[in-house]
Design a protein around this ligand. Sequence first.
Ligand SMILES: [Zn+2]
Ligand SMILES: [Zn+2]
Length: 181
Amino acid sequence: MIFTDDTIAALGFVAALGDTVPEASESGADELATAQQLTAILDAWRYSGRRDGDAAEVAAVAAARDRLRALWRLDRDDAVTEVNAILAEARAVPRLVRHDDIDWHVHATSLQAPLAERILVEAAMAFVDVIRADGMDRLRACEADDCEGVFVDVSRNASRRFCSTRCGNRMAARAHRARAE
Ligand SMILES: [Zn+2]
Ligand SMILES: [Zn+2]
């Protein structure tokens, strides 16, 4: 595999978070608008650590989401600048931790740091792995013409084109109709 399991999981969370914007979400609305929506995505990804559950936290996570969506699309050298900035701003210090039922792994912030900061730093640590592996081309944008979704392409031959089966099926149906006309 091109990246470690930790990195793939972290990038999967970032993509899921990124795909809550109206241009990518299934509902076509901002799916990170309420504390309940934030809780749902955190629970789905078993995201650990501090949660305030208030509007300020939702706003901070939404801002982190937008910053990470921008990072996703940068070329490798520009991504380095942004990753280093995120790590410096948070004064990130890597440490081995063991919590819940997860064996020793690396965190670069405290579990008590604000959620948005932990999301940014965990993403930045995943990007460290991506950049070192020269794998920025695996961080993809959906090719559906009406979707701004993002996804991690972990397919063997780097051939994945759509953020979701929903987009893949929609584009296949459209291509089929175009051929039938
Ligand atoms: Zn952890
Ligand atoms: Zn899509």
